[in-house]
Write a protein that binds this ligand. Structure first.
Ligand SMILES: [Zn+2]
Length: 453
């Protein structure tokens, strides 16, 4: 059991970050760890953080979701935690995967304000609405963690709480009411010729779906009335599983936040995990103390050491489900392929079926930042396809890329092989409910959660 819990902690660890480019939501770690209603177990349990990650995964329908936890310093020595948990927390703190601060108070709200990230809460925080009016005005930015069926779901504040017997209704809401867009025969697909690869996967799901084709409903293009849905290329594969409604993913950063995130900051403590010199990942946002940017860990004013390197979050999307996120910055280009050599490069190998693995090169593309744009360079033998979109709903065009570079714009995505795409940030082209994100708690039997004490 202990071994399994360790493995789960390692899995959870991969979904934690205080890099504001990579993070997708912010949370008060201890509030979740102390949320006994999630499993009815002991007063504080670090595994509950995994439940929050799972809930965020299901909410965003993203299997690689990244969470920014804030924790009060005293929790690191909390005696109600197991020694293993205290050790893990200390490691996360040292690695900058969680933010440690003497007093949490409104810090998670402040981070949400500065970055635009959604705020996950167990309890509402109306006491901070004076400083942050959006807490009252934009309730969709607050995601309430609610216990459901041995786990948790996220429910935007201001929306009715889902019934207890509702199975994943938050995710699949309205699916049955969607018009089925007729599946074009492959030959009629204008873009098929330009695709770098045949579509071995395109035959399955739409046919297996069994739904009769509906009239060419205009509803798909018309995002105004009723649930929004849009046809992406993937809908040829999955006839009836597409986005019902785009969820809130990120608000615009506040003015102060945008100004803070434009700069690189340095803490006087060289070993500082948040703003120290040895931090390897992108920076968090400073805490504002009496109008002065300060280190959330050490409290002292931070030094402005220049412009922050431009950075983009990129998602690996396989069969329309985001699997992993990573950051490309002007200082750190990233190679993506089946088996890239560099330790910080990104491998898509584990998600590939045989034909895709044969097609995608070990180092297929290189992503870099040029000025304000993300640039992709094809380094493969078979080429890469750029899907060009100025908005998620417009008709796509493609451009084949072979041994040259392309500056990504708008909602462009990069296809290494049919069904294997790189997508910028939170751009959600479509989502397949059929492939649910796996739980980070898979290695922890339910009994582990309940009987640990
Ligand atoms: Zn510091």
């Amino acid at each position: 059991m202990r071994f399994e819990v360790s493995r789960v902690m390692d899995t959870i660890e991969q979904r934690l970050t205080t890099d504001v480019t990579l993070a997708q939501a912010v949370v008060d770690l201890a509030e979740v760890a102390r949320f006994m209603a999630l499993d009815g177990g002991r007063p504080i349990n670090l595994l509950r953080l995994g439940m929050a990650i799972d809930a965020l995964s299901r909410y965003l329908i993203d299997a690689g979701v990244m969470l920014y936890p804030v924790v009060g310093r005293e929790v690191l020595s909390e005696s109600a935690l197991t020694s293993k948990e205290r050790m893990v927390l200390g490691r996360w703190a040292d690695d900058g995967l969680i933010e440690v601060t003497p007093v949490v108070a409104d810090r998670p709200v402040e981070i949400a304000d500065f970055t635009g990230l959604p705020l996950i809460v167990v309890r509402d925080v109306p006491q901070y609405a004076t400083r942050f009016p959006w807490l009252a005005d934009s309730p969709e930015r607050i995601l309430r963690l609610i216990p459901r069926a041995g786990g948790a779901v996220l429910n935007p504040a201001g929306e009715p709480v889902p019934p207890k017997d509702g199975k994943e209704r938050l995710v699949v809401m309205g699916k049955a009411t969607l018009p089925i867009i007729p599946v074009d025969p492959p030959s009629a697909d204008a873009s098929a010729d330009e695709s770098p690869a045949p579509s071995p996967s395109s035959s399955s799901a739409a046919d297996a779906d069994g739904s009769p084709p509906a009239p060419a409903a205009a509803a798909a293009a018309d995002g105004k009335a009723g649930p929004q849905s849009f046809k992406a290329r993937g809908s040829q594969r999955f006839g009836r599983t597409r986005v019902v409604r785009r969820r809130f993913t990120r608000a615009e950063p506040s003015g102060v936040g945008a100004a803070l995130m434009a700069r690189e900051w340095q803490c006087g403590e060289p070993d500082c995990p948040a703003f120290g010199r040895f931090r390897k990942i992108g920076q968090p946002v400073p805490r504002m103390r009496a109008g002065v940017p300060a280190c959330p860990r050490h409290g002292q004013p931070l030094k402005d050491v220049g412009p922050r390197p431009r950075a983009f979050a990129v998602a690996v999307v396989v069969e329309d489900l985001a699997r992993r996120r990573f950051v490309v910055s002007s200082e750190h280009p990233v190679v993506v392929g089946r088996e890239p050599a560099g330790p910080e490069d990104v491998s898509v190998g584990s998600w590939l079926h045989e034909a895709a693995a044969a097609w995608i090169a070990k180092e297929h593309v290189k992503l870099a930042v040029d000025g304000d744009r993300l640039v992709v360079t094809d380094t493969s033998d078979n080429g890469t396809v750029i899907w060009k979109r100025s908005a998620p709903d417009i008709k796509e065009e493609t451009e084949r890329l072979y041994r040259k570079s392309y500056k990504l714009d708008g909602w462009d995505s990069v296809e290494l092989y049919t069904g294997v795409e790189l997508v910028i940030g939170d751009h959600r082209l479509q989502t397949v409910v059929g492939s649910e994100p796996a739980s980070v708690l898979l290695d922890a039997p339910t009994v582990a959660l309940r009987l640990v004490d």
